[in-house]
Design a protein around this ligand. Structure first.
Ligand code: ATP
Ligand code: MG
Length: 551
């Protein structure tokens, strides 16, 4: 957050507003509906709204848009607060709930009825749909449109008292059934819903529609800039109409294009389905595009903020490749993650000229560029494990790792040469016999031999086996929403469970800590499944973009 934010069209609009003499305190808000966990698309909106407030010396409210009792839960409220805070933002005392405004919204509805600007309609849902018209055909007035103010007031009061079943009546704004903008064709304001609300319990059996609530919520809070996604552009005239009729403060609505990310679904309905049908292990499964999933996977909050800054804010729809997010994660972790060594697919190596039973304690830096992060001790002995794919029997010219007769440096230790290849009966390589140049610890060989390759290793006697979960993309199709059924394009290999042989230091880690396994990838200590002395590692991201190569 220290870096200077890049400008975008919203900043320009605000700047022009300020320059035009309307110098005002900037108030924005982030208004999630508590019907699911936050995802990376929400992060874009959070960074934008809190970021603007921060740089213009204003403030940003966190407001739960809980007008729909059916799908909302307290669990989501808590999870959303945790995620916004973790991302690095603070709403201070400005925590609000749309449900706190139910009384005010009700009074405003009555006021519109009294002014002849709203009426109770009693058509069936089907009739209402048919009479709404289409983009090419105008709508038809409801037979109840000319009810008297008295009758409307009476019916609305009785709706509130619970005298009618769900769907029997509805309160509508009286605007224009022939408007080319469908949103202005007498939109619904209140509906009957005999449902328990997570905050108001059974106090209400009528609930305001999103379109009647949202703009007024902003108005009540004195929001100056109401920033939302492009789908709401056509709703803006309706929001303006309401605040104008009610003669209340009018926030300036500005729309921007939502984030679309490849290999990802972002609809909360779909994310919920993934959870309830157990295609993943929960909202915070490390494969989920949720903030909590990314946190558990090991994505740093700074990486998500940098990503949101990098992709910018615009007016036209675009797709961002998942690799852009992954690159942001690598950029941060490369700076912050301590280095360790672990082998995923072990191949045994015996150093034939190293005494049996001897153990050396080698010193290794925790970070190659940051000496202040200190060093750690690495045990070295006669029997080691290296990564199986760091050896090739018949290596091509550019392969700088191990092959028969070839030399390589063991990271933080000696240069070794492969003298013998040991096989089992089936011809499979089971072990390498190597000799070490014992003069080469921590320095280049005296005779100036050039050794290009450096490989990682662990001491066989000292290595500890740790569970490792290799995560990959959750979907194997670029746009899962385009598939006939997005569940059909779930990547069957998105989770691979395995074990790594690791240096003993890997047992002393903090829950949630992310490390680089040198040459392998970044790994995070799972915050749920790890216990003291028994960490479970989640692969946060590989060191390079392996998908780019495949394409
Ligand atoms: P739904 O309407 O499916 O419940 P939603 O994604 O609109 O979901 P909200 O909780 O209403 O969910 O979203 C809160 C805020 O986050 C809104 O202001 C919305 O504009 C913003 N937002 C949601 N998805 C994205 C996205 N993909 N990119 C940018 N902003 C988003
Ligand atoms: Mg929404």
């Amino acid at each position: 957050m220290s870096q200077e934010p890049t400008s975008n069209f919203i900043r320009t609009m605000i700047d022009e507003g300020l320059a035009g003499g309307h110098r005002q305190k900037l108030i924005t808000r982030f208004p999630p509906e508590p019907n699911g966990y936050l995802h990376i698309g929400h992060a874009k909106s959070i960074c934008l709204n809190f970021g603007l407030a921060e740089s213009y010396g204003g403030r940003c409210h966190l407001r739960f848009d809980d007008t729909n009792p059916a799908k909302e839960e307290q669990e989501y409220v808590e999870a959303i607060k945790t995620d916004v805070r973790w991302l690095g933002f603070d709403w201070g005392e400005h925590l609000y709930f749309a449900s706190d405004y139910f009384d005010q919204l009700y009074r405003w509805a009555v006021k519109l009825i009294q002014a002849g600007k709203a009426y109770v309609d009693s058509q069936s849902a089907d009739e209402m749909r048919a009479n709404r018209g289409s983009l090419t055909a105008p709508g038809v007035d409801s037979p109840h449109r000319e009810r008297s103010v008295e009758e409307n007031l009476d019916l609305f009061e009785r709706m509130k008292k619970g005298e009618f079943p769900d769907g029997k009546h509805i309160l509508r704004a009286k605007i224009d059934m022939k408007s080319p903008n469908m949103n202005l064709r007498d939109p619904a304001m209140y509906r009957i819903l005999h449902a328990e609300h997570h905050r108001t319990a059974d106090r209400w059996c009528i609930y305001p529609m999103y379109d009647f609530a949202h703009g007024q919520e902003d108005s009540i809070e004195g929001v100056t800039h109401s920033i939302c996604t492009l789908e709401f552009e056509d709703h803006r005239p309706l929001y303006d109409w309401f605040v104008e009729q009610l003669e209340i403060h009018a926030p300036q609505q500005i729309e921007f294009a939502r984030l679309n990310l490849s290999y990802t679904v972002m609809s909360k309905r779909k994310l919920l389905q993934l959870v309830t049908e157990q295609h993943v292990e929960g909202w915070d499964d490390p494969r989920m595009p949720t903030i909590s999933g990314m946190r558990r996977r090991g994505y740093p909050a700074a990486a998500i903020r940098n990503f949101c800054e990098k992709i910018g804010v615009g007016k036209s729809y675009s797709w961002i490749d998942l690799s852009v997010l992954e690159e942001s994660v690598r950029e941060v972790l490369n700076q912050t993650a301590q280095r360790r060594m672990a082998v995923l697919e072990p191949l045994k190596v015996t150093i034939t000229n190293y005494p049996t039973g001897q153990v050396e304690e080698l010193q290794a830096p925790n970070h190659p560029q940051q000496p202040e992060l200190g060093t750690r001790t690495l045990p070295f002995s006669r029997e080691l494990y290296i990564e199986r794919n760091d050896f090739m029997e018949d290596p091509p010219k550019k392969f700088f790792r191990l092959g028969p007769g070839r030399e390589v440096r063991l990271r933080n230790a000696y240069i070794i040469r492969c003298d013998d290849v040991i096989r089992d009966d089936s011809g499979q390589v089971t072990e390498l016999h190597c000799s070490a140049d014992l003069d080469t610890l921590g320095k280049n060989p005296a005779d100036g031999r050039k050794v290009k390759g450096i490989i990682h290793w662990v001491s066989a006697d000292h290595a500890t086996s740790v569970p490792v979960r290799l995560y990959d993309r959750l979907f194997n199709q670029e746009n899962p929403d385009k598939a006939e059924d997005y569940l059909q394009v779930l990547n069957p290999d998105s989770l691979q469970m395995t074990e790594a042989l690791a240096e003993p230091n890997l047992l002393n880690v903090q829950s949630g800590e992310t490390l680089q396994f040198e040459r392998v990838g970044y790994f995070c200590v799972d915050s749920k499944d790890s216990t003291a002395g028994a960490p479970v590692f989640n692969r946060t991201v590989t060191l390079r973009d392996t998908w780019a190569k495949m394409k």
